[in-house]
Design a protein around this ligand. Structure first.
Ligand SMILES: Cc1cc2nc3c(=O)[nH]c(=O)nc-3n(C[C@H](O)[C@H](O)[C@H](O)COP(=O)(O)OP(=O)(O)OC[C@H]3O[C@@H](n4cnc5c(N)ncnc54)[C@H](O)[C@@H]3O)c2cc1C
Length: 384
């Protein structure tokens, strides 16, 4: 399989790299992480460069880019910060779902605003008692005067509390049906009356932020329902392939940054009169780290190329998501070892990777759930 980039894709990669270096230098990344502040200025730069519109079809005002283009952007943004990538990706994933599943009026009403940076989007599925098991979802939308009334609680919604966020919230609409049949997707403003949005104190990904949402009699107009009542499962599934492959690309980009940082440090840091990288124990760690990252990238590009070619790539995507997330965790851990106390210091970037990487094997489907899925695809029947 050929995963070589076209000239346009090389240009795209180089221009995103330049944009990130210009608008998100190391001191900007460190300051926002310290202040737990959303990267508004960087987001504006993405909008200005047209990056948000890249994967959207031309009919929706986008540039008609492929999944491979999206993966290139994901790798380069995450090379700077996996946390910042979530600010980018949340809106893109949700917007693409609206293009696929929304009405022409919804596309016309919301997508130009998203691509112009006037609104952002964030996805909210998880609840306190419904994580891997979406079926345990309880937050309910019932019919009301203007459309629906929502009551309940959601958790872990990435980027939900930033300015002007249109939440893409999955809610139970048929309490008697199991989730594949009784769930719907709604678009709800994050400042809607009755909705409280609370930023949670998390280990990593502190800029885009992770939020709890409390809904108390929140009124939602009927025209905010996407894809039809009880059709939420189809909406979730329609975006899953692109979301997981792009998450995998993000993990690869961030893991690549860790390896580059550790190699540079091992060449420069001298102990016992020689660079620490001259010790075989350190050099072998670096060799293993680079090998793992390149293996993760190969899986990821293979999966992205298959999706772009319209092939069924569920197995490849699942392996890419699993392996890339575990690789990011592993190299960040070893990277910290190689940097010694400097790696453990809040003044160096390695600790941010150590913290941010830990969410990679939990968010967007845990490693165990990816393994379950792979086992099922191999024909192994796991007990429930
Ligand atoms: C940083 C971050 C950002 C997030 N962003 C979002 C977001 O934007 N929107 C959103 O809706 N959610 C988001 N989530 C939530 C995420 O989707 C859930 O954390 C994830 O689905 C796992 O659910 P849980 O944390 O409740 O763990 P649980 O499902 O309770 O799992 C706990 C442990 O048990 C294991 N386990 C559970 N079931 C099985 C099984 N059947 N077989 C084997 N092992 C199993 C899991 O793998 C895990 O190790 C985010 C989470 C994090 C950490």
């Amino acid at each position: 399989m050929d995963f070589s980039f076209s000239e346009e894709q090389k240009l795209l990669r180089d221009s995103v790299r330049k944009l990130m270096d210009r608008h998100a230098p190391a001191d900007y990344v460190a300051r926002l992480d310290r202040e737990q502040a959303y990267p508004y200025a960087l987001y504006d730069a993405w909008v200005e460069a047209g990056l948000l519109g890249l994967p959207f079809p031309e009919s929706a005002g986008g540039l008609g880019g492929s999944v491979v283009d999206m993966a290139i952007v994901a790798e380069e943004i995450s090379y700077t910060s996996a946390d910042f990538f979530m600010a980018f990706a949340g809106g893109v994933f949700c917007g693409l779902n609206i293009v696929r599943k929304g009405t022409p009026e919804q596309v016309e009403r919301f997508i130009p605003k998203l691509l112009a940076g006037d609104i952002r989007m964030a996805i909210s599925i998880s609840e306190p008692d419904a994580g891997s098991d979406i079926g345990a979802m309880r937050t309910l939308a019932v019919h009301g005067d203007r459309g629906y009334i929502v009551n309940g609680q959601k958790v872990w919604a990435t980027g939900a509390g930033a300015r002007n966020v249109l939440l893409n919230v999955y809610l139970k609409t048929d309490p008697k049906a199991s989730v594949p049949d009784g769930m719907s997707l709604f678009l709800i403003d994050n400042d809607a009356p009755g909705l409280e949005c609370r930023k949670l104190d998390m280990l990593g990904r502190r800029c885009t932020g992770t939020y709890e949402l409390n809904f108390q009699d929140v009124a939602v107009d009927a025209d905010r329902l996407v894809g039809g009542e009880n059709q939420g499962w189809a909406c979730v599934m329609s975006g899953l392939q692109v979301e997981r492959i792009t998450s995998a690309a993000g993990n690869c980009g961030a893991a690549r940054a860790v390896v580059d940082m550790a190699i540079a440090y091992a060449k420069e840091r001298k102990q016992f009169g020689r660079p620490i990288g001259a010790n075989q124990a350190v050099a072998h760690m670096l060799a293993d780290m680079q090998t793992k990252v390149e293996a993760a990238r190969a899986l990821m590009w293979q999966a992205a190329s298959k999706v772009a070619a319209g092939e069924d790539a569920l197995r490849d995507i699942t392996m890419a998501k699993l392996f890339s997330s575990e690789t990011y965790v592993e190299v960040a851990n070893l990277g910290m070892q190689i940097l010694g106390a400097y790696g453990y210091s809040m003044e160096f970037a390695m600790q941010r990777h150590f913290r941010d990487s830990r969410s990679a094997t939990i968010a967007a489907g845990t490693s165990q759930i990816q393994r379950n899925l792979l086992a099922n695809l191999m024909g192994l029947k796991l007990s429930a």
